[in-house]
Design a protein around this ligand. Structure first.
Ligand SMILES: [Ca+2]
Length: 349
Protein backbone atom coordinates (compact mmCIF):
# COMPACT_ATOMS: atom_id res chain seq x y z
CA UNK A 1 0.00 0.00 0.00
CA UNK A 2 1.11 3.53 -0.71
CA UNK A 3 0.99 6.25 1.89
CA UNK A 4 0.38 9.16 -0.41
CA UNK A 5 -1.00 12.53 0.50
CA UNK A 6 -3.32 14.46 -1.76
CA UNK A 7 -0.72 17.21 -1.99
CA UNK A 8 1.78 14.76 -3.43
CA UNK A 9 -0.89 13.28 -5.65
CA UNK A 10 -1.81 16.70 -6.99
CA UNK A 11 1.85 17.61 -7.40
CA UNK A 12 2.44 14.51 -9.48
CA UNK A 13 -0.56 15.22 -11.66
CA UNK A 14 0.09 18.92 -12.04
CA UNK A 15 3.82 18.41 -12.55
CA UNK A 16 5.15 20.57 -9.74
CA UNK A 17 7.36 19.85 -6.77
CA UNK A 18 5.78 17.38 -4.36
CA UNK A 19 7.68 18.85 -1.43
CA UNK A 20 6.53 22.37 -2.25
CA UNK A 21 2.90 21.34 -2.67
CA UNK A 22 2.91 19.35 0.54
CA UNK A 23 4.29 22.21 2.62
CA UNK A 24 1.69 24.54 1.09
CA UNK A 25 -1.06 22.11 2.02
CA UNK A 26 0.22 21.88 5.58
CA UNK A 27 0.18 25.66 5.95
CA UNK A 28 -3.18 26.19 4.35
CA UNK A 29 -6.08 26.92 6.67
CA UNK A 30 -8.53 27.76 3.93
CA UNK A 31 -11.73 25.73 4.05
CA UNK A 32 -12.00 23.30 1.14
CA UNK A 33 -14.81 24.33 -1.22
CA UNK A 34 -17.04 21.30 -1.72
CA UNK A 35 -19.81 20.21 -4.03
CA UNK A 36 -21.76 17.26 -2.62
CA UNK A 37 -23.37 15.19 -5.37
CA UNK A 38 -25.74 12.71 -3.74
CA UNK A 39 -28.53 10.28 -4.53
CA UNK A 40 -30.13 11.06 -1.18
CA UNK A 41 -33.33 9.04 -1.53
CA UNK A 42 -32.87 5.35 -0.87
CA UNK A 43 -30.12 4.85 1.68
CA UNK A 44 -29.45 6.83 4.83
CA UNK A 45 -25.67 7.03 4.55
CA UNK A 46 -26.12 10.09 2.32
CA UNK A 47 -27.83 11.84 5.26
CA UNK A 48 -25.00 10.98 7.64
CA UNK A 49 -22.49 12.16 5.02
CA UNK A 50 -24.29 15.49 4.61
CA UNK A 51 -24.29 15.92 8.40
CA UNK A 52 -20.54 15.25 8.40
CA UNK A 53 -19.98 18.01 5.87
CA UNK A 54 -21.88 20.49 8.02
CA UNK A 55 -19.81 19.48 11.05
CA UNK A 56 -16.59 19.86 9.05
CA UNK A 57 -17.74 23.29 7.89
CA UNK A 58 -18.46 24.25 11.51
CA UNK A 59 -14.85 23.25 12.20
CA UNK A 60 -13.59 25.50 9.42
CA UNK A 61 -12.37 22.62 7.28
CA UNK A 62 -14.71 22.91 4.32
CA UNK A 63 -17.34 25.11 2.75
CA UNK A 64 -20.34 23.39 1.22
CA UNK A 65 -20.88 25.38 -1.96
CA UNK A 66 -23.71 23.33 -3.46
CA UNK A 67 -25.58 20.06 -3.24
CA UNK A 68 -26.64 18.30 -6.42
CA UNK A 69 -29.01 15.34 -6.46
CA UNK A 70 -28.57 12.40 -8.81
CA UNK A 71 -31.86 10.53 -8.45
CA UNK A 72 -35.38 11.69 -9.17
CA UNK A 73 -37.74 12.18 -6.23
CA UNK A 74 -39.84 15.31 -5.64
CA UNK A 75 -38.88 15.41 -1.95
CA UNK A 76 -35.11 14.96 -2.35
CA UNK A 77 -34.31 18.67 -2.78
CA UNK A 78 -36.74 19.80 -0.04
CA UNK A 79 -35.21 17.24 2.32
CA UNK A 80 -31.67 18.46 1.60
CA UNK A 81 -32.86 22.02 2.11
CA UNK A 82 -34.41 21.00 5.45
CA UNK A 83 -31.16 19.36 6.63
CA UNK A 84 -29.11 22.34 5.48
CA UNK A 85 -31.52 24.67 7.29
CA UNK A 86 -31.29 22.53 10.43
CA UNK A 87 -27.54 23.11 10.36
CA UNK A 88 -28.05 26.84 9.80
CA UNK A 89 -27.27 26.85 6.07
CA UNK A 90 -30.60 26.99 4.28
CA UNK A 91 -29.12 29.23 1.59
CA UNK A 92 -26.86 26.58 0.01
CA UNK A 93 -27.73 26.11 -3.69
CA UNK A 94 -29.38 22.79 -4.50
CA UNK A 95 -29.69 21.30 -7.99
CA UNK A 96 -31.52 18.20 -9.13
CA UNK A 97 -31.37 15.90 -12.12
CA UNK A 98 -34.49 15.34 -14.22
CA UNK A 99 -33.05 12.33 -15.99
CA UNK A 100 -31.98 9.46 -13.74
CA UNK A 101 -33.47 6.62 -11.77
CA UNK A 102 -36.75 7.52 -10.02
CA UNK A 103 -36.36 6.35 -6.48
CA UNK A 104 -38.85 6.04 -3.60
CA UNK A 105 -37.65 6.83 -0.10
CA UNK A 106 -38.44 5.80 3.43
CA UNK A 107 -37.28 9.05 5.02
CA UNK A 108 -37.59 12.01 2.65
CA UNK A 109 -41.15 12.51 3.94
CA UNK A 110 -39.58 13.81 7.15
CA UNK A 111 -39.32 17.21 5.51
CA UNK A 112 -43.12 17.37 5.44
CA UNK A 113 -43.62 16.33 9.08
CA UNK A 114 -45.72 18.80 11.02
CA UNK A 115 -45.49 19.55 14.73
CA UNK A 116 -48.76 21.29 15.28
CA UNK A 117 -49.05 23.71 12.40
CA UNK A 118 -45.30 24.15 11.89
CA UNK A 119 -42.85 22.12 9.88
CA UNK A 120 -40.65 20.08 12.17
CA UNK A 121 -37.73 20.77 9.83
CA UNK A 122 -38.33 24.14 8.17
CA UNK A 123 -37.22 24.73 4.58
CA UNK A 124 -38.33 26.86 1.67
CA UNK A 125 -37.69 24.58 -1.32
CA UNK A 126 -40.96 22.71 -1.71
CA UNK A 127 -40.23 20.35 -4.60
CA UNK A 128 -37.22 19.02 -6.49
CA UNK A 129 -38.99 20.36 -9.58
CA UNK A 130 -38.45 23.87 -8.21
CA UNK A 131 -34.70 23.34 -7.90
CA UNK A 132 -32.49 24.29 -10.85
CA UNK A 133 -31.01 21.56 -12.99
CA UNK A 134 -28.01 19.93 -11.36
CA UNK A 135 -25.67 20.59 -14.30
CA UNK A 136 -26.55 24.30 -14.16
CA UNK A 137 -25.68 24.37 -10.44
CA UNK A 138 -22.44 22.44 -11.04
CA UNK A 139 -21.38 24.77 -13.86
CA UNK A 140 -22.24 27.91 -11.89
CA UNK A 141 -20.52 26.75 -8.72
CA UNK A 142 -17.38 25.69 -10.55
CA UNK A 143 -17.21 28.85 -12.66
CA UNK A 144 -17.50 31.06 -9.57
CA UNK A 145 -14.75 29.18 -7.70
CA UNK A 146 -11.02 29.73 -7.61
CA UNK A 147 -8.97 27.68 -10.02
CA UNK A 148 -7.99 24.16 -8.85
CA UNK A 149 -9.83 24.58 -5.57
CA UNK A 150 -13.04 22.57 -5.63
CA UNK A 151 -13.48 19.05 -4.33
CA UNK A 152 -16.46 17.19 -5.74
CA UNK A 153 -17.82 14.34 -3.64
CA UNK A 154 -19.97 12.00 -5.72
CA UNK A 155 -21.80 9.43 -3.61
CA UNK A 156 -24.61 8.31 -5.86
CA UNK A 157 -25.19 7.76 -9.53
CA UNK A 158 -22.82 9.51 -11.92
CA UNK A 159 -25.75 11.13 -13.77
CA UNK A 160 -24.82 14.72 -12.92
CA UNK A 161 -21.06 14.45 -13.42
CA UNK A 162 -21.53 12.59 -16.70
CA UNK A 163 -23.93 15.26 -17.93
CA UNK A 164 -21.54 17.99 -16.77
CA UNK A 165 -18.77 16.36 -18.80
CA UNK A 166 -20.99 16.50 -21.89
CA UNK A 167 -22.07 20.10 -21.30
CA UNK A 168 -21.10 22.84 -23.74
CA UNK A 169 -20.25 26.51 -23.32
CA UNK A 170 -23.29 28.49 -22.21
CA UNK A 171 -24.31 31.75 -20.55
CA UNK A 172 -22.80 30.55 -17.25
CA UNK A 173 -19.33 29.77 -18.61
CA UNK A 174 -17.56 29.90 -21.98
CA UNK A 175 -15.87 26.60 -21.06
CA UNK A 176 -17.22 23.18 -21.88
CA UNK A 177 -17.68 20.66 -19.07
CA UNK A 178 -14.30 18.91 -19.19
CA UNK A 179 -12.40 22.20 -19.47
CA UNK A 180 -14.35 23.73 -16.59
CA UNK A 181 -13.70 20.70 -14.43
CA UNK A 182 -10.00 20.66 -15.30
CA UNK A 183 -9.67 24.35 -14.46
CA UNK A 184 -11.61 24.43 -11.19
CA UNK A 185 -11.60 20.99 -9.61
CA UNK A 186 -8.69 19.49 -7.67
CA UNK A 187 -10.20 16.16 -6.65
CA UNK A 188 -13.24 13.99 -7.30
CA UNK A 189 -13.95 11.68 -4.36
CA UNK A 190 -16.32 8.93 -5.47
CA UNK A 191 -18.21 6.18 -3.71
CA UNK A 192 -18.90 3.63 -6.40
CA UNK A 193 -17.86 0.22 -7.59
CA UNK A 194 -16.52 -2.94 -6.05
CA UNK A 195 -12.99 -3.93 -6.93
CA UNK A 196 -12.62 -7.38 -5.45
CA UNK A 197 -14.47 -10.32 -3.95
CA UNK A 198 -17.23 -9.75 -1.43
CA UNK A 199 -20.41 -11.38 -0.12
CA UNK A 200 -18.99 -14.77 -1.07
CA UNK A 201 -18.80 -13.75 -4.72
CA UNK A 202 -15.74 -12.99 -6.86
CA UNK A 203 -17.21 -9.58 -7.68
CA UNK A 204 -20.24 -7.44 -6.95
CA UNK A 205 -22.29 -5.07 -9.07
CA UNK A 206 -22.42 -2.10 -6.71
CA UNK A 207 -25.63 -0.03 -6.62
CA UNK A 208 -24.25 3.38 -7.63
CA UNK A 209 -22.97 1.76 -10.81
CA UNK A 210 -25.72 -0.72 -11.57
CA UNK A 211 -28.53 1.82 -11.09
CA UNK A 212 -26.98 4.07 -13.74
CA UNK A 213 -24.49 2.05 -15.75
CA UNK A 214 -24.42 4.36 -18.75
CA UNK A 215 -23.76 7.41 -16.57
CA UNK A 216 -20.92 5.72 -14.63
CA UNK A 217 -19.36 4.54 -17.89
CA UNK A 218 -19.53 8.06 -19.34
CA UNK A 219 -18.05 9.53 -16.15
CA UNK A 220 -15.17 7.03 -16.12
CA UNK A 221 -14.47 7.56 -19.80
CA UNK A 222 -14.85 11.34 -20.07
CA UNK A 223 -13.43 12.57 -16.77
CA UNK A 224 -10.23 14.57 -17.43
CA UNK A 225 -6.94 12.74 -17.08
CA UNK A 226 -5.40 15.48 -14.92
CA UNK A 227 -8.06 15.66 -12.19
CA UNK A 228 -7.51 12.84 -9.69
CA UNK A 229 -10.44 10.55 -9.01
CA UNK A 230 -10.35 8.51 -5.78
CA UNK A 231 -12.84 5.66 -5.50
CA UNK A 232 -14.22 4.30 -2.24
CA UNK A 233 -14.77 0.61 -2.91
CA UNK A 234 -18.05 -0.94 -1.72
CA UNK A 235 -16.03 -3.04 0.72
CA UNK A 236 -14.58 0.01 2.53
CA UNK A 237 -17.97 1.23 3.76
CA UNK A 238 -18.92 -2.30 4.78
CA UNK A 239 -15.80 -2.54 6.94
CA UNK A 240 -16.63 0.62 8.93
CA UNK A 241 -20.34 0.22 9.66
CA UNK A 242 -22.01 3.00 11.64
CA UNK A 243 -22.46 1.98 15.31
CA UNK A 244 -26.15 1.72 16.17
CA UNK A 245 -25.50 2.98 19.70
CA UNK A 246 -24.61 6.36 18.22
CA UNK A 247 -28.15 6.71 16.90
CA UNK A 248 -29.50 5.80 20.33
CA UNK A 249 -27.24 8.17 22.27
CA UNK A 250 -25.52 10.88 20.31
CA UNK A 251 -28.34 12.92 18.79
CA UNK A 252 -30.40 13.66 21.87
CA UNK A 253 -29.07 17.20 22.19
CA UNK A 254 -32.23 18.19 20.36
CA UNK A 255 -35.72 16.70 20.59
CA UNK A 256 -36.08 15.99 16.89
CA UNK A 257 -33.04 15.33 14.73
CA UNK A 258 -33.35 14.73 10.97
CA UNK A 259 -30.29 12.48 10.84
CA UNK A 260 -31.44 10.20 13.63
CA UNK A 261 -35.00 10.10 12.27
CA UNK A 262 -33.82 9.30 8.74
CA UNK A 263 -31.55 6.53 10.00
CA UNK A 264 -34.31 4.97 12.07
CA UNK A 265 -36.85 5.12 9.25
CA UNK A 266 -34.37 3.46 6.90
CA UNK A 267 -32.45 0.98 9.03
CA UNK A 268 -34.23 0.81 12.38
CA UNK A 269 -32.47 0.86 15.76
CA UNK A 270 -30.82 -2.56 15.50
CA UNK A 271 -28.63 -2.22 12.42
CA UNK A 272 -25.10 -0.93 11.92
CA UNK A 273 -25.43 0.67 8.49
CA UNK A 274 -22.36 0.61 6.24
CA UNK A 275 -20.85 4.08 5.84
CA UNK A 276 -20.12 4.04 2.12
CA UNK A 277 -20.75 7.75 1.50
CA UNK A 278 -19.14 8.93 4.72
CA UNK A 279 -15.80 7.47 3.68
CA UNK A 280 -15.74 9.58 0.51
CA UNK A 281 -16.45 12.69 2.59
CA UNK A 282 -13.76 11.86 5.14
CA UNK A 283 -11.09 11.32 2.51
CA UNK A 284 -12.14 14.39 0.52
CA UNK A 285 -11.85 16.82 3.43
CA UNK A 286 -9.00 15.18 5.35
CA UNK A 287 -6.92 13.51 2.63
CA UNK A 288 -3.66 13.76 4.54
CA UNK A 289 -4.78 12.36 7.89
CA UNK A 290 -3.99 8.70 7.15
CA UNK A 291 -7.51 7.46 7.70
CA UNK A 292 -6.97 5.64 4.43
CA UNK A 293 -4.17 4.68 2.11
CA UNK A 294 -4.31 5.02 -1.63
CA UNK A 295 -3.69 2.34 -4.21
CA UNK A 296 -1.17 2.71 -6.94
CA UNK A 297 -2.47 4.81 -9.85
CA UNK A 298 -4.58 3.17 -12.47
CA UNK A 299 -7.70 3.24 -14.49
CA UNK A 300 -11.23 2.29 -13.49
CA UNK A 301 -13.21 0.53 -16.18
CA UNK A 302 -16.99 0.06 -15.92
CA UNK A 303 -18.38 -2.79 -18.01
CA UNK A 304 -21.78 -3.05 -19.64
CA UNK A 305 -23.21 -5.12 -16.79
CA UNK A 306 -22.16 -2.66 -14.10
CA UNK A 307 -19.07 -4.43 -12.81
CA UNK A 308 -15.96 -2.34 -12.16
CA UNK A 309 -12.31 -3.23 -12.64
CA UNK A 310 -9.15 -1.40 -11.70
CA UNK A 311 -6.20 -1.63 -14.09
CA UNK A 312 -2.83 -0.45 -12.78
CA UNK A 313 -1.33 2.31 -14.90
CA UNK A 314 1.52 4.56 -13.74
CA UNK A 315 -0.07 7.49 -15.58
CA UNK A 316 -3.61 6.70 -14.48
CA UNK A 317 -6.05 9.22 -13.11
CA UNK A 318 -7.78 6.88 -10.70
CA UNK A 319 -6.83 5.48 -7.30
CA UNK A 320 -8.72 3.32 -4.85
CA UNK A 321 -9.08 3.93 -1.13
CA UNK A 322 -7.42 1.24 0.93
CA UNK A 323 -7.89 0.73 4.66
CA UNK A 324 -6.36 -1.62 7.20
CA UNK A 325 -7.98 -2.85 10.44
CA UNK A 326 -6.18 -0.28 12.59
CA UNK A 327 -7.28 2.53 10.31
CA UNK A 328 -10.86 1.25 10.45
CA UNK A 329 -10.94 1.77 14.21
CA UNK A 330 -10.19 5.46 13.75
CA UNK A 331 -12.53 5.87 10.78
CA UNK A 332 -15.52 4.44 12.66
CA UNK A 333 -14.99 6.76 15.60
CA UNK A 334 -14.31 9.94 13.65
CA UNK A 335 -17.25 9.39 11.31
CA UNK A 336 -19.52 8.88 14.33
CA UNK A 337 -18.21 12.00 16.05
CA UNK A 338 -18.60 14.18 12.97
CA UNK A 339 -22.02 12.86 11.93
CA UNK A 340 -23.46 13.52 15.36
CA UNK A 341 -21.71 16.80 16.11
CA UNK A 342 -24.25 19.43 17.21
CA UNK A 343 -24.63 22.31 14.75
CA UNK A 344 -22.92 25.54 15.61
CA UNK A 345 -25.75 27.62 14.17
CA UNK A 346 -28.92 25.58 14.07
CA UNK A 347 -32.35 26.79 13.03
CA UNK A 348 -33.83 24.50 15.66
CA UNK A 349 -31.95 25.78 18.66
CA1 LIG B 1 -25.53 7.47 -1.77
Amino acid sequence: MFRLSLAVLAAALFDCSGLHAESEAAQSVKPTPVIFDTDITGDCDDVLALAMLHALQDRGECELKAVTISKVNPLAAPFVDAVNTFYGRGEIPIGATRDAQHRPSLYLKLCKTLDGESLRYPHDLLSSDDAPDAVEVLRRTLSESEDASVVIIQVGLAANLADLLESKADAISPLDGPTLLRKKCKLISVMAGCFGPTLGKPRHDEANVVNGIDAMRRFAELSPEDVPVVWSDYRIGIAVAYPRESIARDFSYVQHHPVREAYLLHSGPNHDRPTWDLTSVLFAIRPDDQYFDLSEPGRVVVDEKGFTEFHADANGRDRLLEMGPEQAIRVIEVQRALSSQPPRHSSSQ
